[in-house]
Design a protein around this ligand. Structure first.
Ligand SMILES: [Zn+2]
Length: 264
């Protein structure tokens, strides 16, 4: 038989509030453990493998640096990709997907919108490709710790909002076990409250992957649908930058470039 619980006294209530406050926040980045995990997330909606969640964390300088911290699932992906492709093909694929040195004259010969966008990045016309940074690596690591990036690739998306006065970030995150992310309704609804209260939408982020025929590594450029989505996020929510990562590199796209990509 379950005993009826007596109401908490003030001291117990204070402890409970403190517990929620501390476990509800991701800790300051530590090199020893992955930054994002199930214990530190705050759940907005969850339906089986589909989750709409967020984390709150201090805007630590390390988040924006090239040291990736502890990302075991990302390291497993990289290691597996190297084994599956073989050393030479692995290096060639990584190089091909990260180069921005292609000749611009090839853009005019392309008619497919998605491929034009890829060429705009790979010719160095738009966007900036660099190795992944800490925050991106940690977010991808969270998703691929549930569904391995090589054997069961999935696309997540994240909205990173910042409160400049408090120097605090919230990372809104939506994903499932499917190749495409769930529609972001629950994330947007919650984020809108922040944006009405001095928070800024500084980044949208998602991942790209490819099938075996294209050596698995995702294209570092927005699709027609991505470009259209960025324009909408900029107009309605003031999106400042967009990030797309493939597990090796990330392309950074500034707001001023959103309109220049081909879009739906
Ligand atoms: Zn995309």
């Amino acid at each position: 038989m379950v005993e009826a619980r007596r109401p908490m006294n003030l001291y117990e209530l204070l402890i409970a509030v403190l517990l929620v406050a501390t476990t509800g926040c991701a800790p300051t980045p530590s090199p020893e453990t992955p930054l994002f995990d199930a214990d530190s997330r705050i759940i907005l909606e969850q339906d089986g493998p589909t989750e709409f969640i967020y984390w709150v964390l201090p805007n630590d300088e390390r988040l924006w640096g090239a040291d990736l911290g502890e990302v075991p699932s990302l390291m497993t992906f990289r290691d597996s990709l190297r084994l599956v492709l073989g050393e030479q093909r692995f290096l060639g694929t990584v190089e091909k997907e990260s180069t921005q040195g292609m000749d611009t004259s090839i853009i005019a010969m392309e008619t497919n919108g998605d491929r034009i966008n890829a060429l705009l990045v790979h010719t160095g016309t738009l966007g900036s490709i660099r190795p992944m940074h800490f925050l991106e690596a940690q977010l991808l690591n969270y998703q691929i710790s549930k569904y391995p990036f090589l054997g069961h690739p999935t696309e997540f998306h994240a909205f990173i909002v910042k409160n400049p006065a408090e120097d605090t970030l919230k990372v809104y995150f939506g994903a499932s076990d499917q190749p495409w992310p769930p529609k972001p309704g629950p994330l947007i609804k919650e984020m809108e409250k922040d944006l009405a209260n001095d928070w800024r939408l500084i980044y949208h982020m998602h991942d790209h992957f490819e099938g075996e025929a294209n050596n698995h590594l995702g294209i570092l450029a927005p699709s027609l649908a991505d470009a259209q989505y960025y324009q909408w996020l900029a107009e309605d929510f003031g999106l400042e930058n967009a990030l797309i990562t493939n597990g090796m590199h990330t392309v950074v796209i500034e707001r001023s470039e959103f309109d220049t990509f081909e879009s739906h």
